[in-house]
Design a protein around this ligand. Structure first.
Ligand code: UDP
Length: 244
């Protein structure tokens, strides 16, 4: 698709959102039976599945750490997830996304509780529409909680960007392709930033404002993550599975 003449008209973006509006989010906790914890999440046109295994034995053995767990994160895009078929297997981008996503989650995991073990996080992108790393981090954070991994808090993630000189939340594909800046952020509910990337340019004032927008969005996402976990576990408790 060619660049649309305008990405934002008045106060309305091409997909009908206002600048500070997120795309609709759907969350299903525990979507996979064989993982220790899992989460299926939709963020607008993004569809991702996160699966967590562990704490479990580390293979290969030499990767084990004697004083803490090793956390591994594998972000992977299905070849059918994007417009132009993606070659299966890791590439530079997926290795980078895996690294920054792991670093976004590690600060909240009590790794020291599980020396010599592995906590493995897999994120599979089934459909991509810009924002897959943020969708993946949101899903992985829930899957970790679903697996019962001790955590200081959840992590919530959202991108802010600039299109047609306007700051906008949660960029879609056209805004990502043709915008002036894209800044994915992840943070804990008390505002500790665990991921901050920037593609493009923002002035100092724009950066400050963008960060405030990201904070507001992460708070909204945190409430949805929390509600999805409460819904799953409170219905289990009502069924008598958990309470003695
Ligand atoms: N994308 C694509 N093919 C690729 C990689 C990415 O079509 O091989 C698209 C996909 O929709 C993705 C978007 O480009 O969501 C933006 O990619 P980016 O690297 O900015 O990461 P994301 O925003 O998904 O975290």
């Amino acid at each position: 698709m060619n660049r649309p003449e305008k990405l934002i008209e008045g106060d309305i973006r091409l997909d009908g959102r206002r600048p500070d509006e997120l795309r609709p989010i759907k969350i299903k906790v525990g979507a996979l039976n064989r993982a220790d914890g899992s989460c299926y999440l939709e963020l607008g046109g993004n569809k991702v599945m996160a699966a967590v295994y562990g704490p479990r034995e580390v293979h290969p053995r030499h990767m084990a750490k004697s004083t803490s767990a090793v956390v591994r994160y594998r972000y992977s895009m299905a070849s059918f997830s994007v417009e132009e078929r993606k070659r299966p297997g890791p590439d530079r981008r997926s290795i980078e996304v895996s690294k920054v996503s792991r670093e976004a989650l590690e600060p909240v995991i009590f790794e020291e509780y599980f020396p010599r073990s592995a906590i493995d996080i897999f994120v599979e992108v089934l459909q991509a529409d810009a924002g897959t790393r943020t969708a993946g981090i949101n899903a992985a954070s829930i899957a970790l909680a679903d697996a019962g991994i001790p955590m200081k808090s959840l992590v919530s993630s959202c991108a802010v960007g600039k299109v047609d000189d306007t700051l906008v939340l949660d960029l879609n594909k056209d805004e990502d392709n043709y915008g002036q800046a894209d800044m994915p952020v992840a943070m804990t509910p008390d505002g500790n930033i665990t991921l901050l990337q920037m593609d493009g340019h923002l002035t100092r004032d724009e950066f400050r404002e963008a960060l405030e927008m990201a904070k507001g969005a992460c708070t909204t996402i945190y409430e949805l993550q929390r509600a999805a976990l409460v819904e799953k576990y409170s219905s289990q408790m009502e069924g008598g599975d958990v309470i003695e």
